[in-house]
Each structure stands twice: as structure tokens, then as C-alpha cells.
Design a protein around this ligand. Sequence first.
Ligand code: SAH
Length: 218
Amino acid sequence: MINNLEDTYRHKGLRARLVGELVQKGINDKEVLNAIGSIPRHLFIDRSFIKFAYQDKAFPIGAGQTISQPFTVAFQTQQLEINKNDKVLEVGTGSGYQASVLVCMGARVFSIERQPELFTRTKELLNALGYRLRHFLGDGYKGLPNYAPFDKIIVTAGAPFIPKELLSQLSVGGIMIIPVGDKKQVMTKIKRLSVDEFEKQEFGSCAFVPMLSGVENK
Ligand code: SAH
């Protein structure tokens, strides 16, 4: 069931305040800030947490998963250096919020989710909100070889290692942002410099739900 899709002045005011907070925390990509300022985040989270939608916090979205903290979404997106029409692969659609930020910035988004329940619910919400993307139920470790290469790849679950398949699906000149590690992760940015050369940059530590293999089958 989809929440009531209402987006009020109060929600807009709270969003403007959140954007101000992100600027103070160092986010300066105007397109990222504009997307976060326009997307009704309160519609992507569990109804019982609706009051907290515009705090800079992660929240449960059901099926044991979370919607990432706005700062994390903003930081990862800013590191991707998005250009209009970039072809972007997202691993871990979850609530669809991060994917919507990318769509709002003019990217062509391909997003994979491994949990059927979340996949179905999010598909319905994104359709209702009019955010257009290609959305797949599958295992993000494999990427989407039929649609590769991608200009940018964003992984939004904690990956125990950097999957080779994803590296191979990155265009030369492309950028991947991925949290790498088991319990805690290190936010890692990878640039593909040539067919066989990659440049790695590491940022601070973060905590994501784990990237699991295979499609969930209950
Ligand atoms: N980007 C999301 C954050 C979701 S949390 C948002 O904006 O809400 C991470 C998501 O990754 C969860 O939904 C989890 O089910 C999914 N996930 C974990 N391992 C995966 C895999 N191997 N392939 C695809 N999705 C995966």
C-alpha cells in the first residue's frame, strides 16, 4: 500500500532546513542539493517514522533494511560527479530514495534490489511519484552485464569486497562509489583510468546493511 502522497508546505520547509544542514556538513554540489530539496523523502519511509523524515538520520524501511542517512546519500552522489544523461547503476534500490535523487539530476538509472518484497513496494511508489528508471530484481554482485558499461556505479549496501563484475562494468573514465568492509565500511571511490588501471580513494568509515548474495527466497 502506498502512503498518501501529500507534500505540504511544512514538508517543503523541513526539506529546506535539511538542505541547509547538508551544506554546513560540506555538500556543495548544487544539483545534489536541488534534488534533495525537491524529493519528498517522507513518502519513502515507514509511516510510523514520518515525523523524522527530514532529520539527517537513517530509518527502517521494512524487510530489515534502512533508507540511508541524507548526508550519506548526498555524499555518495556528490562523489559520483553526475552529468546529465550519465548511465548509472545502483546496487540496493531499497526505498528508491537514492535512485530518485539520481533520476532528478538527469541520470539514466538502472537499479537492482535483491529483496522481492522491497522491489515490488518500491516499484509501485516510484511509478506513483513519476520517477522513471530501469528497476531489476536480482543480485547486485553480478551487476547488469547486458546493460553495461555504466558511467557511474553506486553501491548502497556494505560490500565485504569490491566485486570484480562491477569493476568490469564501469566505463573507462567512469566512477564507482562503494562502502567496503564487513561490520563497518570505508567509503571508497574508484576511477577507471583505462581498461586495466583503477585509481582508489578512501574516505571515512560508515555503517551500511550488508550486501548479500543471491535474490532473497523466503
Ligand atoms: N539506496 C537505498 C538504501 C537501501 S539499504 C535507499 O535509498 O533507500 C541497502 C539495500 O541493498 C537493501 O534494500 C538490501 O536489500 C539491498 N541489497 C543487499 N545486497 C544486495 C545485492 N547483492 N543486490 C541487490 N541489492 C542488495
